[in-house]
Design a protein around this ligand. Structure first.
Ligand code: F6P
Length: 332
């Protein structure tokens, strides 16, 4: 039976969100569902800012970064009054199914809305952080790794030329997936990430002993440390000063920041987005509700929304072992 579907993108935008919107729109059209897109995340729900979507509007969208629906973090929606208003607006538009593409904050928002709205809610994991339980990867994560790796490769050239120490800060909020994979794939010398962080002292000692070992073997060499944002007490500039004081070497900080959220999605993100979006469309009108569609071992899976944020997603053991063998070998 044909349904009225709404889709929105919320929280930190991620490359591949557009591909996901396209998959949902095309699959909905094929099944005879009508579809609208709310703009600016949950703000669009509160302000009735939406537009009808059809296949002509998602032409050439798979390869585009960002999100045509725009995104936002919406404080007003977190209140009961906000969610009630959103529920009213959904009822007014006769929406049967709401599809939310976003991260854990967006999923919590969806669960909050469900207290006031009895329609179907489906989540799709869109965040560069890969910090959502129940899915092997999130839409945008692979592109962000690629961006970090390409940037660190470039930093390496200039670091080598001056035999300098560089500190490269990557995003991830409180998760080390981007840092770990970015550091490994760019053959960085050290990585500081929340899941393996013990203390400032041990980390500093470790870096200094590795660095002096390298310098004894090979003379003055460049040294690249990848740092997860929000982790080092006092921030990256404090670590720069600490290292400069202890090594008597120039240390330069590079904060990759929001660059990692942009750009055309790499194939892995496009494929993930298309597969998850298409699978979500097959669930429209079924009893599946308040679930996220993720991917495990190449297959779509349906995960209860609260399970996606209940625990911190662990780093995968195999990559951690590789890291300990090749980069931070103190942990071996
Ligand atoms: O969750 C995605 C993310 O890019 C995090 O990696 C980062 O900590 C945060 O969003 C930045 O948020 P904002 O765009 O609000 O500065």
């Amino acid at each position: 039976m044909s349904k009225k579907v709404a889709v929105l993108t919320s929280g930190g935008d991620a490359p591949g969100m557009n591909a996901c919107i396209r998959a949902i729109v095309l699959a909905c059209e094929r099944e005879g569902h009508s579809i609208v897109g709310y703009k600016h995340g949950y703000n669009g729900l509160l302000n009735q800012e939406y537009q009808a979507l059809d296949s002509s509007m998602v032409h050439n969208l798979t390869q585009r970064g960002g999100t045509i629906l725009h995104s936002a973090r919406c404080e007003a929606f977190k209140t009961n009054d906000g969610a009630k208003k959103a529920a009213e607006n959904l009822r007014w538009l006769d929406i049967d199914t709401l599809i939310v593409i976003g991260g854990d904050g967006s999923f919590r928002g969806a669960a909050h809305l469900a207290k006031f709205w009895s329609g179907q809610i489906l989540g799709l994991p869109g965040t560069i952080d890969n910090d959502i339980n129940g899915t092997d990867a999130t839409i945008g994560y692979f592109t962000a790794i690629e961006t970090a790796v390409q940037s660190i490769d470039k930093v390496r050239d200039t670091a080598d030329a001056f035999e300098r120490i560089f500190l490269v800060e990557v995003m991830g909020r409180h998760a080390g997936f981007l840092a770990m994979n970015g550091a490994l794939a760019s053959a960085s010398d050290y990585v500081i990430l929340p899941e393996l962080f013990e203390s400032e002292e041990t980390t500093l000692q470790d870096i200094l002993s590795q660095l002096s070992e390298k310098r004894e073997q090979r003379g003055n060499v460049s040294y690249i440390i990848v740092l997860t944002e929000n982790l080092w007490p006092g921030g990256i500039n404090r670590l720069v000063s600490q290292l400069e004081a202890k090594t008597d070497t120039d240390v330069r900080p590079v904060i990759l920041g929001h660059v990692q959220r942009g750009g055309s999605p790499v194939s892995q993100d496009r494929l993930l987005a298309l597969k998850l979006g298409a699978h979500a469309a097959t669930l429209i009108g079924t009893s599946a509700n308040l679930i996220m569609v993720g991917e495990k071992n190449g297959n779509p899976v349906e995960v209860c929304l609260p399970d996606t944020w209940a625990e911190q997603k662990p780093l995968d053991n195999c990559t951690v072992s590789t890291l300990k063998m090749l980069i931070n070998n103190r942990y071996a």
